[in-house]
Design a protein around this ligand. Structure first.
Ligand SMILES: Nc1ncnc2c1ncn2[C@@H]1O[C@H](COP(=O)(O)OP(=O)(O)OP(=O)(O)O)[C@@H](O)[C@H]1O
Ligand SMILES: [Mg+2]
Length: 378
């Protein structure tokens, strides 16, 4: 039999490629069915988007075939207009899927001004395609109006609104207040999921008492995959090339990769490509694989570093060497860097806001464990 199971990275997963996360998807789906507002958080590359898009949304759609599910990715938005444009195209896409009746289109035309909603056929795919028919004379429809339409649909049928990379609205003036207002007017049982990986910004949005969205939603953090669950996932991919891993080794690898699935998969992928016929792998096989992956990513990381100042890079290298660091502003850590707390404070805030470093219970760490290894080596 041909082995077509591979270790994926840098890509959204299919449902079958998601290792476990069953508890998370059950909990989130339950919250969605109950109409909760949810803030779904987790570090970079922990599988949040894959879980929601490839497992939770399809399950919800199976339960509610008529439901309007709108998934919006707000990564990198800088203006209210950009937010509105993303909402508009996501809404059009979701309505296309439902193949609405003419009566529905007429109702929609009446409820938002300057619209000519139409159903057509996409010339490339042959699939039904819905367009709101925004008049080119007018600017785009404000996202609050789209949210309100989702609310109206929910009252008659059922709807779900998911906003990925929600933290990026923090940099758009007025956006949080407008979202607050739009969310407040939605039916109380319409499920809304706001998700993202920049935890420090999400905390500013949802946890700072004076913020417009303070205390909005219930927070849910994605869990770490256990070695018990990851071992069969690895063996399914490694056994066909003649390797096996035991739970103990898997535990060591998970710990070395700080529990980040993408980094763990990169090691699996390296083993699959380099250790064919290797039999039972041991903890001694972890470091050559890390070195191999680090080498393969060298030019990528060099590019990556161009986005950081010399001071930031120095800080990152020192953090990588000493992590987890409980008090990065303490004299013990800063004396090695020749930096003052006044200089390091804003720098740490910036790196944290970018999700390049994370504040964990044990202390600050580099977000990407492979990058941490690279920083230590180079
Ligand atoms: N449960 C999992 N099983 C296997 N691989 C996983 C799992 N979760 C995450 N990954 C790995 O992480 C990668 C990124 O997944 P995904 O984009 O869904 O994560 P994310 O948390 O949304 O990341 P980001 O915060 O960058 O948006 C996948 O390509 C895969 O390598
Ligand atoms: Mg994501």
């Amino acid at each position: 039999m041909i082995n077509n199971k591979i270790f994926r990275h840098d890509i959204l997963l299919d449902n079958t490629e998601i290792c476990n996360l069953q508890q998370d998807s059950d909990a989130l789906l339950k919250g969605i069915v109950q109409g909760h507002r949810i803030v779904f958080i987790g570090r970079r590359n922990t599988g949040k988007t894959s879980l929601v898009k490839a497992r939770i949304i399809p399950q919800f759609q199976n339960m509610n075939p008529k439901a309007l599910v709108v998934f919006i990715d707000l990564m990198g938005v800088k203006t209210l207009n950009q937010i509105s444009a993303r909402f508009q195209s996501a809404f059009e896409h979701s309505i296309s899927r439902l193949n609405p009746t003419t009566a529905f289109l007429k109702k929609l035309a009446l409820s938002i001004r300057n619209l000519r909603p139409t159903m057509g056929i996409d010339a490339l795919t042959g699939q039904p395609e819905f367009s709101l028919g925004v008049d080119s004379q007018h600017s785009s429809i404000p996202f609050a109006a789209i949210i309100s339409e989702i609310g109206k649909y929910h009252i008659e049928h059922s709807a779900l609104l998911v906003i990925d990379e929600f933290q990026d609205v923090h940099y758009v003036e007025e956006a949080e207040a407008l979202f607050r207002n739009a969310f407040q007017q939605l039916p109380a049982d319409l499920p809304v999921v706001a998700m993202g990986s920049k935890k420090s910004i999400l905390a500013k949005i949802f946890a700072v008492p004076k913020a417009p969205l303070a205390s909005w939603g219930r927070q849910y953090e994605i869990s770490k995959i256990s070695s018990e669950d990851y071992t069969p996932y690895f063996n399914e991919r490694l056994n066909p090339v003649g390797c096996t891993v035991k739970e103990l080794l898997m535990g060591a690898l998970i710990q070395e990769m700080d529990g980040i699935p993408e980094a763990i998969n990169l090691i699996g992928d390296w083993w699959q490509r380099h250790y064919a016929g290797g039999g039972e792998l041991t903890s001694q096989d972890i470091f050559p694989a890390i070195a191999g992956v680090v080498e393969e990513r060298h030019s990528l990381f060099l590019e990556h570093m161009k986005f950081y100042t010399e001071k930031e890079e120095t800080f990152l290298r020192a953090l990588a060497r000493s992590q987890p660091v409980k008090s990065p502003l303490g004299s013990l850590f800063l004396s090695k860097l020749k930096m003052s707390p006044g200089g390091a404070g804003p720098l740490i805030k910036r790196l944290e806001a970018d999700a390049i470093i994370y504040r964990q219970p044990e202390g600050f760490v580099i977000g990407d464990p492979i990058l941490a290894h690279w920083l230590r080596r180079n």
